[in-house]
Design a protein around this ligand. Sequence first.
Ligand code: HEC
Ligand code: HEC
Ligand code: HEC
Ligand code: HEC
Length: 254
Amino acid sequence: MLSFSHVKTAVLFVAALVLAIVILGVRTPLVEGAGVSPSVVNSEERCAECHKDEVDGFLRSKMAHSMRLPANEPQGAVRTSDTNLRMFSNQDGNWQTLESHGHSETYRVEYVIGSGAHASGYIVSLANHLFQSPVAYYQRRKAYGLAPGYEPESDPDFTRPIKPGCLFCHAGTFTAVAGTINQYASPPFSHLAISCSQCHGPEGEHLASPDSSNIVNPATLEPASRDSICEQCHLKGVARVLNPGKQFTDFVPG
Ligand code: HEC
Ligand code: HEC
Ligand code: HEC
Ligand code: HEC
């Protein structure tokens, strides 16, 4: 039987819990509501204390979702003359199975590259080495196809390393292991998607004592310096043709 003191304890406990939720609730990461995983919480939250409009605005852009954790990626299949690729998800995660020459291997999707507005690429991790999946999901066709560069291959595999040069334009901050091609710290990313510092520079001093003198404001830069911020990742002129992103957006397989 439940004694009075038990009930009282229970009431106190519930009250404490409610209080805790209220207190913690206030501190709930702002980015959570924007669909960004709380596991990649970052300085954006800090910036939002004083620049809520800019943060909200940025979180709505594609760039804020340039890399993401897999959600419910669509089911599908891709067939080449020598291989069969099957994509599926269950409560344990998102998976891609490669069948080739009577051999079958299933890979877990760890990260998705690209907001998905045009296409999503997939990244798997083998002992902290990141590799690109040979398939991409194309929004326009609402279907999987081979990722750019894999089209001529009859036997595509999960062997293409994800090098820092690939992540440079898409990821926020990551730690590559020196002297390796595609080994990263565990976890590789301390900030998954593009964030404030990629256009506004180092944030430490500004966070310590906020002032317009210790943060980059692209609006007040010379045009050439301003453009160079975007050109870190958005190549222009002839180079633009080589922009891997362009290949993804323009690519229509088959
Ligand atoms: C505690 C409040 C506070 C926080 C937190 C804060 N800022 Fe600021 N920020 C300011 C103030 C104050 C200014 C100066 C505004 C002015 O002069 O009109 C400013 C100015 C700026 C400017 C414009 C600079 C200019 O030339 O006017 C940028 C860009 C900026 N902050 C970015 C950031 C980023 C990115 C973060 C997060 C890493 C951040 N701020 C965090 C208070 C803050
Ligand atoms: C760190 C690399 C990087 C920098 C710096 C960068 N971009 Fe981007 N940008 C990207 C990537 C990657 C995408 C594709 C995002 C996606 O859809 O996955 C993108 C997408 C965009 C888009 C598409 C639409 C949208 O809502 O995001 C626009 C517009 C854009 N960038 C403008 C700019 C401008 C202007 C600058 C400079 C002020 C800039 N970018 C700086 C990497 C960058
Ligand atoms: C892709 C580049 C890019 C990223 C990423 C970015 N910004 Fe900006 N930001 C700009 C540019 C360009 C301007 C100046 C032009 C303008 O006001 O639109 C600017 C202006 C600002 C300003 C000054 C507005 C004013 O009144 O002059 C603030 C504050 C700011 N950004 C905060 C942030 C915060 C906080 C983040 C991260 C959540 C962020 N920005 C991410 C490019 C970026
Ligand atoms: C030089 C910078 C740069 C590099 C390096 C780069 N990308 Fe991109 N990527 C972009 C930009 C910019 C866009 C957006 C293109 C646009 O909207 O015109 C993009 C778009 C994409 C998209 C489509 C996102 C969407 O839905 O709009 C995918 C997927 C993608 N890239 C994957 C990759 C992969 C995988 C690599 C490495 C093997 C890579 N990118 C390397 C800059 C880059």
